[in-house]
Write a protein of this length. Structure first.
Length: 207
């Protein structure tokens, strides 16, 4: 079996396009879940971003028989004991809008002077056998008192990045990718991908 296929465990076409661009110099084909028949969703019940990313990557790799990559990320607010953390996507309910999520967060932060927070991202590449490699990135910031900007998504309008004195929603995507948690994790993946590529090839030939 060839291990020159890497499946991104998502149906998000934007993420797939981004990864294809990032790894364009390597002889590897990036596919998404939509390139395959329907498969069940992985359970994201881990206690850390890395655990959830691994669960998604290994579940996909094991289901399809080829290496898979998954990422998990979220916002950690110190004054809220680490919330919303791994529950960032479902913080205001399973079907809540981005606006509903950050409005709930701002209400929870009312009256709090400690506003430090950080975004964290974990990217995991897993083989069908369960072996994996992990790349992480974080970005420190603060929770703003009110939303600003219309770029980005999720909690970006209320995540203030002090060095630029702007929220993530006020920073153009290309600039944000250089400083964000996910951008840093992706940069580490790119820096190491020649070794990862050789690892994938080697593991794929183990009998």
């Amino acid at each position: 079996m060839s291990y020159k296929i890497l499946v991104l465990a998502t149906r998000n076409k934007g993420k797939i396009t981004e990864l294809r661009k990032l790894l364009s110099g390597f002889d590897i084909h990036i596919k998404g879940l939509d390139d395959f028949g329907p498969i069940p969703e992985a359970k994201e019940d881990g206690h850390t971003f890395e655990e959830n990313a691994y669960k998604k990557a290994f579940f996909t790799a094991n289901s399809l028989g080829v290496p898979a990559l998954a990422d998990d990320s979220g916002l950690v607010v110190r004054a809220l004991g680490g919330e919303p953390g791994v529950h960032s996507a479902r913080y205001a309910g399973d079907h809540a809008s981005d606006e509903e999520k950050y409005i709930k967060l701002l209400k929870e932060m009312e009256g709090k002077s400690e506003r430090s927070a950080y975004f964290e991202c974990a990217i995991v590449i897993a083989l069908p056998t369960g072996q994996s490699k992990t790349f992480t990135g974080t970005c420190e910031g603060e929770i703003a008192f009110e939303p600003s900007g219309d770029e980005g998504f999720g909690y970006d309008p209320v995540f203030l990045y002090p060095p630029l004195k702007k929220t993530f929603a006020q920073i153009p995507l290309e600039e944000k990718n250089k400083i964000s948690h996910r951008g840093k994790a992706m940069a580490r993946l790119k820096e190491e991908f020649d070794k990862v590529f050789n690892w994938l090839e080697f593991k794929g030939n183990v009998k």
